[in-house]
Design a protein around this ligand. Structure first.
Ligand code: PEP
Ligand code: MN
Length: 345
């Protein structure tokens, strides 16, 4: 449920409401707006049928409203305005198209530095790169781990591009949080609920990939695990789902963009690299996702895709990335947006 406070309520009245919520073992999540303060009450509130009545008669409370969707804090019902995630000054969800680009995996300092400068020069505003790689086979290249994180941080220091990188397990959350600006939870961990809670506690923005067979509801409930820990900075990422189709690596679900926007206030970016698995499909699918309203793109770009240690087939070279950026700018303009500009070094 949501508790709507009266305009001009006192801090003491607010504290008393929060205390009453906690007294029954539930959590209160305040949103302080310009005109109104709203408190989201989460936990098993149906086990406290009397709570809504009790809160409604407290001083400073205007009303209580039930939230009908199973996800609460990430629902549009809870928050009407779009959430804007701010990553060191780079905004996601502010009516711009934020481009995150870089290699699938960190392979060497030279590879990352080359890619970081190249994507920045072509208009990306964040750098991606995996240091911990979830690989289907244990014999594939699994990433440079902490050494890779240090390389990413050095590239950030040199270019000013904030770094997005995956955290695969609770055991590496602290290390990843020490170096990264955005923690990515991958498709294979999208419903690893303990990991979601652990990444949330770092208070860093989280890029939450859609599980490869997650419904909208399952995906939003995964986001809810993060918001319920008090971390509102979640970026949803559509990266394609498993279907009967084998012609592409995954099936990119364009519906996800307008659906997430309807159901939730969270920003959503699209990953046409993993969504298609084929570099020639990346540009057209990227343009479609931007046209549908995506708040950004995450794209795999490698100095020499044919020599990449992972996901070379879907990685763009610098010229292809330049072409994508040029056409993304045109589609963005057609839907009343611009590309989010990168921060100066
Ligand atoms: C990645 O971004 O490199 C990655 C492994 O993504 P996903 O979890 O979507 O497969
Ligand atoms: Mn990849």
């Amino acid at each position: 449920m949501m508790v709507i406070m009266k305009p001009g309520h006192s801090p003491q009245e607010f504290d008393a409401v929060m205390a009453r919520i906690r007294e029954v073992g539930l959590d209160g999540h305040p949103i302080v707006g310009v005109e109104r303060t709203v408190i989201g009450v989460v936990g098993l509130d149906r086990e406290h049928p009397e709570l809504a009545d009790d809160l409604e008669v407290m001083d400073g409370v205007e009303s209580t409203v039930p939230i009908s969707s199973p996800f609460k804090l990430c629902s549009r019902e809870f928050r009407k305005h779009d959430t804007i995630v701010d990553v060191r000054g780079v905004k996601v969800g502010e009516g711009t198209v934020t481009v995150i680009a870089g290699p699938c995996a960190v392979e060497s300092p030279e590879q990352v530095m080359l890619a970081a400068h190249a994507v920045k020069a072509r208009g990306a505003s964040m750098l991606r790169g995996g240091a911990f790689k979830p690989r289907t086979s244990p014999y594939s290249f699994r990433g440079m781990e902490v050494e890779g994180l240090k390389i990413l941080a050095a590239a950030r220091d040199e270019t000013g591009l904030p770094v997005v990188t995956e955290v695969m397990s609770e055991r590496s959350v602290d290390a990843v949080a020490q170096y990264a600006d955005v923690l990515q939870v991958g498709t294979r961990n999208a419903q690893n609920f303990f990991l979601l809670e652990e990444v949330a506690r770092t208070n860093k923005p989280i890029l939450l990939k859609r599980g490869m067979s997650s419904s909208m509801q399952e995906w939003l409930l995964a986001a809810e695990y993060i918001l319920a820990q008090g971390n509102p900075n979640v970026i949803m990422c559509e990266r394609g789902i498993r279907t009967f189709e084998t012609a592409a690596r995954n099936t990119m679900d364009i519906n996800a963009v307008p659906l997430i926007k309807e159901l939730s206030h969270l920003p959503i970016v699209a990953d046409p690299s993993h969504g298609t698995g084929k570099r020639r499909l990346v540009e057209p699918v990227a343009l479609g996702m931007v046209a549908a309203g995506a708040d950004g793109l995450i794209l795999e770009v490698h100095p020499s895709p044919d020599h990449a240690l992972s996901d070379g087939a879907q990685s763009l070279d610098f010229d292809m990335f330049e072409s994508v950026m040029g056409n993304v700018a045109k589609v963005a303009a057609a839907v009343g947006k611009r590309i989010e500009s990168s921060v100066p070094a």
